[in-house]
Each structure stands twice: as structure tokens, then as C-alpha cells.
Design a protein around this ligand. Sequence first.
Ligand code: ADP
Ligand code: ADP
Ligand code: ZN
Length: 223
Amino acid sequence: MTTPTVLILLGPPGAGKGTQARILEEDFGLVQLSTGDLLRSAVASGSAAGQQARAVMEAGGLVSDEIVLAILKDRMNQPDVAKGIILDGFPRTDRQAADLDALLATSGQRVNAAISLEVDDEAMVGRVAGRYTCGGCGEGYHDTFKQPATAGVCDKCGGTAFKRRADDNAETVRERLKAYHAQTAPLITYYEGKGVLQRIDAMGDIAAIRQTLGGIVAGVSAH
Ligand code: ADP
Ligand code: ADP
Ligand code: ZN
């Protein structure tokens, strides 16, 4: 019997986690779990968790481990995750990493690979400031680096409504980069110690990174 593949994409805001996670969904039939997306849905729904998360997210800090773990566990209980998951933006703290290991262990699973997308911080400010997504399907775009083939029309769904995140401004990005280096970057060492870390240069173009990542994922996926 094969157990589902569990991949983690690590990297600061703008590193390309969401972009590559969506590509891996298509290429490998895995499911992207973005705690940022789950939290933004909670904020939009006005739930108690969303109300608590909102101000922290606007300021570029990290939402409490309790809230994030509860939201992630709910999502992991849904049946579509059976083939395997790509965790995008989770874990972000020691506690989240330890709880993830414990949660996976209850069903005989483990992290197959933690892939660190290595980038220059300064370039991330421009990547995040130029980011927008399709309101219909969530496909990600960039003012300079990834425009739709036909201006104003989503390549994936034909939608014409796009949105930008409230926290994607230069000031908040700098706060988020600080939070990344203080609380999340230490996880690189954690996964290195477990023998599952892979580092990739994520300053190249989207297609080149897709190639490198695809090779890694093919090597660790359940067959
Ligand atoms: P993250 O999920 O790590 O915060 P995204 O995948 O949302 O990052 O990418 C941030 C922005 O940069 C998006 O607008 C995306 O289109 C663009 N982008 C992603 N990867 C690259 C890349 N390799 N080169 C240039 N721009 C990129
Ligand atoms: P990015 O990929 O640009 O870093 P995300 O969409 O992953 O952005 O996260 C947006 C915000 O949501 C973060 O700045 C943080 O406030 C919150 N968040 C997302 N994931 C987590 C997490 N695992 N733990 C704590 N806060 C989180
Ligand atoms: Zn779309």
C-alpha cells in the first residue's frame, strides 16, 4: 500500500510557493494546501478565527499556531487529500512543524520532502508588489513576470476580474520577511536534520524552477 506524498514548500513571501504548488497539482495530481488561502477564506467568512486572524495578517505578523493548526486539520480531514499534499506556507514555526509530524504519524505518514525556495529578499518586494490573482479560479499573475496571454483575460478560466491582496504592499512585505527569517527559516535546519531537505535556486524563471522541482517530486512521490 502506498501512503500519500507530503511535500512542504518553504520560502519567504514572493518566493513562488503558490505558483509552483499549482503547477505541481497539475503535473502530479497532488493537492495544494495554502494556510494563507485558508486564513483569507476564514477572514472573508467572518468566523471567530477569521476575526482574530485579520489584524495580524494586515500587519504582516504570524497568526497564532492554535488557529492555523485547527484550520489545517479541518482541511486535511477532507477526502481529496488522499493522493498527497503540497503544503504552501505551512509550517511556519517550530510548533507547527512538530504538530505536523505528530499529526502525520497518527496515520503512518511523514514529510517526504521539504523544498526550500532560495531567493534574494530584495527581489521579493517587487515580486509581491506586482502580484495579482484571478478572482474566478485563483490563478496567480504578475504585472511584469507573468501576464495573461490576452491582457485582462485569465489564461485558465477566461475570467476578467482580478484581485490584489491587502497585505501585498512594500511595508507589509518587509514585516513578513522579518517574520520569515525569525520564525520560519530555522525550519530549514529542522528538515535538514530529518534528511528530507532539498534546496533549490528560485531566482530563475517559473518554467526552469518547475523543471527542477518536478525532478525532485518525481523522486519522492508514492508510486
Ligand atoms: P509565494 O506563494 O511564495 O508568496 P507566489 O507564487 O504568489 O509566491 O509568487 C509571487 C509573485 O511572483 C506572483 O505574482 C508570481 O506570478 C510571481 N512569480 C512567481 N515565481 C516567479 C519567478 N520564478 N520569477 C518571477 N516572478 C515569479
Ligand atoms: P506569502 O506566501 O506571501 O508569505 P501567505 O498567503 O502564505 O503569504 O500568508 C499570508 C499571511 O497569512 C501571513 O503573513 C500570515 O499572517 C498568515 N499565515 C499564513 N500561513 C500561516 C502559518 N502557517 N502560520 C501563521 N500565520 C500564517
Ligand atoms: Zn481564472
